[in-house]
Design a protein around this ligand. Structure first.
Ligand SMILES: [Zn+2]
Length: 181
């Protein structure tokens, strides 16, 4: 099962018809709903999702997080160094994009978020130390899989449709759907 938005979904386990007593979350309101029996399956599929998206949970690279100061300067797109940034624990993943690791950071004072490349954080942390931790975490994640997992897409309720709202694709509940007639 592919993790999905948990808003406007069935009140049952994503794998069977039993009650959705548990959930495995990637973010708030995004993950997989399960019964007690299918919880481990939900956990496995969320782990597979992280692996497929080159995401490592900050808990798995705790040494790296611990090595960062509570707040630190981050380079803005303008090139200016701005103080007052910290690790964004609402988005607790470090993600590899185009072969570079990016850490989610937040500036609470200005209500801004940014995902700087670790390579642009050499003023804060030793890059060899960071790459050592990340390579190890990535290897541990990969060792779990002999082949790339394939996750089945969540089957939405027929009234939930994808529509463009103000240029953004949204999931919309349409009570006029013919299936309700
Ligand atoms: Zn179930």
């Amino acid at each position: 099962m592919l993790p999905h938005s948990l808003i406007l979904t069935y009140t049952r386990c994503d794998y069977c018809d039993k009650a959705d007593e548990k959930q495995v979350l990637i973010y708030d309101n995004f993950g997989i709903k399960t019964c007690v029996a299918h919880y481990d399956l939900g956990k496995r599929d969320c782990d597979s999702y992280l692996y497929l998206n080159n995401m490592i949970h900050l808990q798995d690279v705790k040494q790296l997080v611990d090595a960062l100061p509570e707040t630190f300067p981050v380079k803005r797109s303008s090139g200016e160094m701005q103080d007052g940034w910290s690790v964004d624990f609402d988005n607790p993943y470090i993600r590899k994009v185009n072969d570079e690791w990016h850490l989610s950071c937040v500036n609470k004072e200005y209500n801004l978020t940014k995902k700087p490349s670790i390579k642009n954080m050499t003023h804060l942390i030793d890059i060899d130390f960071v790459e050592g931790i990340l390579t190890k975490a990535e290897l541990q994640q990969r060792l779990k899989y002999s082949e790339r997992p394939v996750l089945q897409e969540y089957k939405e309720h027929p009234c939930v449709q994808r529509e463009m709202v103000g240029g953004v694709e949204c999931r919309v509940f349409r009570v006029s759907h013919p299936d309700l007639a």
